[in-house]
Write a protein that binds this ligand. Sequence first.
Ligand code: FPP
Ligand code: MG
Length: 327
Amino acid sequence: MPTTTMPTIPALASALTGVEDEIRKLATSSTVPIVNSFSGRITAAGGKRLRSVVMLAGSLALSGEIPDKAVTAAACVELLHAGSLVHDDLMDNAVERRGVPTVNAEWGPGPAVLVGDFMLARASQAALESISPYAAGKLAAAVTDLVEGQVLEVLDLYDVHRSPDSALRSVALKTGALFRVGCVLAAHCAAASDEVATRLSEYGAHFGLLFQILDDLLDLTSSVERLGKPVGNDIRQGVYTFPLLRSLTEEQRELLAARGGTWEDGELAGLLAGLRAGGMVAETVAYCRSLAEQTARALPEVPESEALGILRQLPVAYLEWAVSQIS
Ligand code: FPP
Ligand code: MG
């Protein structure tokens, strides 16, 4: 979702600029210049900054302002996210993300572990020094969730009998957890009550699930131009995702089992076309629509505001944007 098409308000737009500045500062704070060059380049390539939008709008909705600590918290979450993607790209053997060569492709696998580690550690350190020990602890707990979600995915690789629930469990940990912790930190910076914090964190967990399921759907249905990577990458990597697992026919399951990780381009294109012609898109979009409504319903009961309106609209707006990316 390009930032320009997102609903926004001036305080949010200016805080997002602050987040970018803080990310740049943290990502380039190593005493070793080459680490800064990789970490800085990866984070400068951007991304949707959806986690930040949710956190900053959450902060505004809860306290009517966006304190500096909330800006730092959003930068920490984005840096942690970017660091996890450095590791993810290494695991996927990916050569490019967001138009930028991956660290593993350009510098090698060992250094990619180190650059990712630097980004993760720098985010935790900033949370400890500039927010609070509570915030640093929550971020560290989210890292363990991300790792566990990723490990669960690895355990299920190439398993054509992976259940949709197993895929959901992994997604809730590998993606839901970071959206959730972002909301926990936004509530913490706004000194919200436990009840409000719990509701906002549920909003984040649902949003993360929605985001990743749509990401997985686009991997199966978008175009190489829009994705910036080949369509069907997950299937080639043996990652059988929730949208796929829910709508596979027996014949398609047998084809997956027979091909494993070795696909002729035309045959994979045929499978993807078959999935699109079947019920996968409609079923996943219906599931996501209900999830988007559930996400909005989780919002805490706080006084009505423009920021609360953004949080309420964002899940469906993101769903509509993702649907527009289907080819
Ligand atoms: C991207 O998903 C990957 C994640 C959301 C989680 C990555 C987590 C790890 C590599 C565990 C280690 C992390 C830390 C914090 C130490 P995807 O692969 O579905 O998305 P993609 O298509 O953009 O690659
Ligand atoms: Mg990946």
